[in-house]
Design a protein around this ligand. Sequence first.
Ligand code: G6P
Length: 369
Amino acid sequence: EALEKEGYDHFMLKEIYEQPKTILDAMRGRINSKDSRVALRGIEEYANRFVRADRIIIVACGTSYHSGLIGEYLIEDLARIPVEVEYASEFRYRNPILSERDIVIALSQSGETADTMAALELAQRKGAMIYGIVNSVGSSIARLTDAGSYIHAGPEIGVASTKAFTGQVTVLSLLALTLARKLSTISNTYFQRLVSELELIPGKVEEALKANDHIKYIAGEIKDHHNALYLGRGYNFPVALEGALKLKEISYIHAEGYPAAEMKHGPIALIDENMPVIVVATNKSAYEKIVSNVQEVIARKGRVIAVVNQGEEAISNIADHVIEIPDTEEPFSPLLSVIPLQLLSYHIAVELGRNVDQPRNLAKSVTVE
Ligand code: G6P
């Protein structure tokens, strides 16, 4: 086992550090900025179904549900197809309305999650096309679906999902770009800019990982708190949810993710000097609004840990701790902003002496209801 960890203390840390490579692997053969080409084979085969789709419904559980939410932002923003994202366990039991013009996409690292399988079976019975975005090759979901795309992240051992999340978001980005091209929903210039930028993401993830030592220091500062609040807007709202889930899973600290503007509808009542607030603030749109959300937290003595773009000043000047990551096109910002949150939860769990790779009560793959 020590060998398999390749010198890292835990599988989770190894998998976090693998992400520049696994994101590249998810894109391999599917994108080429030189001739401005993006192609997912699974989509090409069923191009007509996708182009005529009334709606895409994404079903998933856990971390995969969070990447599904980012998929909703990507597909609606770039390809203008209405998307709904559902917890598979809710979807399967609520008699959902489905037609043959709907496409149901399952996101699953293991390809074996019982609720996600059952949601797909239901969708298939109701005539929808079913598509899988899966990591485990030959898994049950991969075999059941009409078509799909593997994320090619390689085996993920740590129970807390990291590289599968960014692999899923990468494939969803490719999917949104493929559909945007087919439907001509974005200009050629913007399409080309996005394609070139996506190819730069593995290098930028590498750079984001350089904040590791600084993040380790911040982890020491906040590890003794009993609660944490994660805030984000737009593309970074699902990242806030994922950051909170990572902290809960491996450190057992209670954490909640919230859309930053919803804070005033509840969580603000909890903010005092004992509440660390992790703000993902790499957005360009609604930037001033995030700045004012941060000011509201500080006014109530909350301690702010901000994830910002390199060179950012407004939030950096007032936050307690700042983690800088490279800038990117907004639709791809989750691929970078999630990295410091993965590292933060990892270091907090290590400091607290938790079993990082096999946290209590959790399973890597939930094959029963
Ligand atoms: C479990 C795992 C999570 C995972 C979720 C969904 O809860 O601990 O890491 O996100 O199942 O699993 P899947 O394999 O379907 O992505």
